[in-house]
Design a protein around this ligand. Structure first.
Ligand code: PAF
Length: 280
């Protein structure tokens, strides 16, 4: 496995691969890798000759400086698990390499970003749009792999790919969970052991909500139940719980058999912000 810090070196490597008619898969990440990321690497390996994993903590998608400062940076450990997983190239640029000048482009994803993550993290999806489109231009992959834990991110990236005409296949992959149901996330490692013990409260809430919806309860009733569920664990601060159309991400008043529904949640536990979702 080769590790590249410069765009020019990575481009040279990829040019060489393409001259041998090799296909390229890209797994964009911010590092602090876990099994969820490895499942993306595995999917890319199955479908491409060459797998590139980018590791870049993208400052412009953080609206909270403390969150950016606390984000785990573990490049050596990440490389130590990527190599045996069969990753061919790691792209780990510095901030100066990615942004030699302050990016001034502004993405506006309309209604897709006025809700949930976009509403509570102003500017977040602009930062994601800029970095992902830049990574697509640098790597020019045939296929790219994203985790569905970031459901709204997948929707925004899909929109961007259609609007900008990227000829790349987008492969969203299911969320991986710990044995107690907690969705795998790089941020989990910032939880204290007490916080980690109660973190599955989110997964339990989603299960209760799903059961109630399937029994025919109205979204407003289920939302009230979730608020109640979180009031029992004062260590949590529920930021949002939304029941939405899985494609448009807009809230629904009724569950429609013809549309996929998603339940999306964000909650603060101590200093850590966790998100999760169920799609059904
Ligand atoms: O999901 C992430 O880790 C990041 O948002 C991404 C897609 C790598 C862009 O920085």
């Amino acid at each position: 496995m080769q590790v590249f810090h410069s765009i020019a070196d990575l481009r040279l490597f990829l040019k060489n691969q393409r001259q041998q008619a090799k296909t390229v898969g890209l797994v964009p990440t911010m590092g602090a890798l876990h099994e969820g990321h490895l499942s993306l690497i595995e999917a890319s390996r199955e479908q491409n000759d060459v797998t590139v994993c980018s590791i870049f903590v993208n400052p412009i998608q953080f609206n909270n400086p403390d969150d950016l400062a606390r984000y785990p940076r573990t490049l050596d450990a990440d490389c130590a698990i990527l190599a045996p997983a069969g990753c061919d190239a790691v792209f780990a640029p510095s901030v100066e390499e990615m942004y030699p000048e302050k990016a001034s482009l502004k993405f506006d994803f309309g209604d897709l970003e006025r809700v949930m993550e976009g509403k509570f993290r102003p500017g977040h999806f602009n930062g994601v749009g800029i970095v992902v489109s830049k990574l697509f231009n640098i790597v020019q992959p045939d296929r790219t792999y994203f985790g569905q834990k970031d459901l709204q991110q997948v929707a925004v990236v899909r929109r961007m790919m259609i609007d900008l005409g990227f000829q790349i296949e987008l492969h969203p992959r299911p969320t991986l969970r710990e044995s107690d149901g907690l969705a795998m996330s790089s941020r989990n490692r910032n939880l204290t052991s007490d916080e980690r013990a109660i973190a599955p409260h989110i997964f339990e809430g989603l299960n209760l909500a799903k059961a109630q919806l399937l029994e025919g309860q109205k979204p407003t009733e289920v939302k009230a139940m979730i608020e109640q569920h979180f009031s029992k664990e004062p260590a949590f601060r529920l930021e949002y719980f939304e029941i939405v159309n899985a494609n448009t991400l807009q809230s629904v008043d009724e569950i429609q058999a013809t549309n996929q529904t998603a339940m999306c949640i964000a909650a603060h536990l101590g200093k850590v912000r966790l998100i999760d979702n169920f799609v059904f």
